[in-house]
Design a protein around this ligand. Structure first.
Ligand SMILES: [Ca+2]
Length: 415
């Protein structure tokens, strides 16, 4: 029997303001003026596993174009849409970034370990990436020289022990299969991050909106986005999530980004406007000048616009859509921008009992299947990191910088 009472500390640090407008007062590159040399550290090797929909597109952008990341490859998975769509979407985004030939893409699992497939057309459209008029048609196909699990294993193995990170922004099926086939990888990787889970119980004060057809009172007890208790990526394959998060070696180097965190990174209208035109660069000669939108900025902001509409329609979240997935990328290579209440760690148990499915009756029937129950551990004990907040200004600035880098790709230059 799982104890579903919340055992985590009740002291929640003050939240960052929700409507933080991107500031341009600091040099967005982070470099100081003057002759002092900054020590350059090696980029973090990352394998990205994603179900490319709207927020995954931003995860790919950040992983592919941030100079502190060495993107080893991408495996795809069912989730936001069927596997064939999420794979095509991944290749299309890489084409828009000019990296279609450079980043190997492998199609992974098309279904969960032992459940029927559940998809999310209400949020991402039938294609998984609906709502943009300028998504390019990919020229390449996913690689077939190895399986996704095999390619992921080989790429991570080729990196030094303790250096490479596995970043998962969909269900954990591919990851669980890799650790099942190659259990030694638990000790080899530097860490794992996952966008998934929902903690609730006042873990943060992130806005959750009010689900269509529900009152504010009814919403008050909900913290999941697929059921009142469960977040989609964990819900759709709870056995795989449980396999990964209950492995003590993996758990000790895992960070999860639950809805309680990701709903703090809202792409408000002002954020969308900033990303469309690009942040003003305060390098002395470009202050105050806004550029017209490049093709790649237009693409990514159209993606945000559609996502904003579905979040407003389905979840009543009108401030802007939460940009979940890039947070899992950032947690792997720049963990210091996340705040974790002084280093608290958790045991995370995934509920696998109870009714499970896509029907309204099952989803609203009270089953806690797919719930992530987090219990805070004693100081110094090893466990899962679950940040309570993130430096949102840094996140948007990094995304803007990556969009600026993408503008040199043929997709924007030849538009
Ligand atoms: Ca995703």
């Amino acid at each position: 029997m799982i104890d579903t009472t919340h055992a985590f500390a009740t002291q929640v640090p003050p939240p960052y303001p929700i409507h933080t407008r991107i500031t341009t007062k600091e040099d967005p590159t982070g470099h100081r003026k003057g002759k002092r040399k900054k020590k350059m550290s090696k980029p973090t090797p990352i394998w990205l596993d994603c179900d490319t929909g709207h927020d995954d597109a931003f995860a790919i952008l950040l992983a592919a174009l941030h100079p502190s990341v060495k993107l080893l490859g991408i495996s795809t998975i069912y989730g936001n849409a069927p596997l064939s769509h999420t794979t095509t979407n991944t290749l299309a985004i890489l084409k828009a970034l000019g990296l279609e030939q450079d980043i190997p893409v492998y199609a992974g699992s098309s279904q969960p370990f032992c459940r029927p497939v559940a998809l999310a057309p209400d949020i991402h459209g039938e294609s998984g990436l609906d709502g943009t008029s300028c998504l390019p048609v990919p020229d390449t196909k996913p690689r077939t020289d190895d399986s996704a699990v095999g390619a992921m294993f080989k790429a991570l193995s080729d990196e030094e022990p303790g250096s490479a990170w596995l970043v998962c922004t969909g269900a954990l099926t591919n990851a669980a299969l890799m650790f099942a086939v190659h259990p030694e990888m638990a000790g080899h990787i530097g860490g794992l991050t996952h966008m998934g889970g929902a903690i609730g119980g006042g873990f943060t004060d992130a806005p959750m909106g009010v689900l269509k057809g529900h009152s504010e009172e009814e919403q008050a007890g909900r913290f999941g986005n697929w059921t009142p208790f469960a977040e989609f990526n964990v819900y759709i394959d709870p056995e795989s999530a449980r396999a990964v998060l209950s492995n003590p070696v993996i758990a000790a180097k895992t960070t999860i980004c639950p809805l309680d965190l990701t709903h703090q990174l809202l792409a408000t209208e002002s954020v969308q406007a900033d990303l469309l035109h690009g942040l003003q660069m305060s390098n002395g000669d470009g202050v105050g000048k806004r550029k017209g939108p490049s093709q790649v900025r237009k693409l990514f902001v159209e993606i945000l616009t559609f996502f904003a509409q579905t979040y407003a329609d389905v979840f009543g979240l009108i401030e802007g859509p939460p940009l979940h997935d890039p947070l899992a990328v950032a947690a792997a290579f720049i963990p210091g921008i996340f705040e974790d209440n002084g280093g608290e760690r958790f045991e995370v148990e995934v509920v696998t009992e109870g009714a499970h499915g896509s029907s309204e009756d099952v989803r609203e029937g009270g089953s806690q299947c797919g719930r992530t129950v987090a219990t805070v551990l004693g100081k110094g004990m090893e466990g899962v990191r679950i940040p309570r907040s993130v430096d949102r200004v840094r996140m948007w600035r990094m995304i803007d910088e990556c969009l600026a880098r993408a503008e040199s790709a043929p997709f924007s230059r030849e538009a």
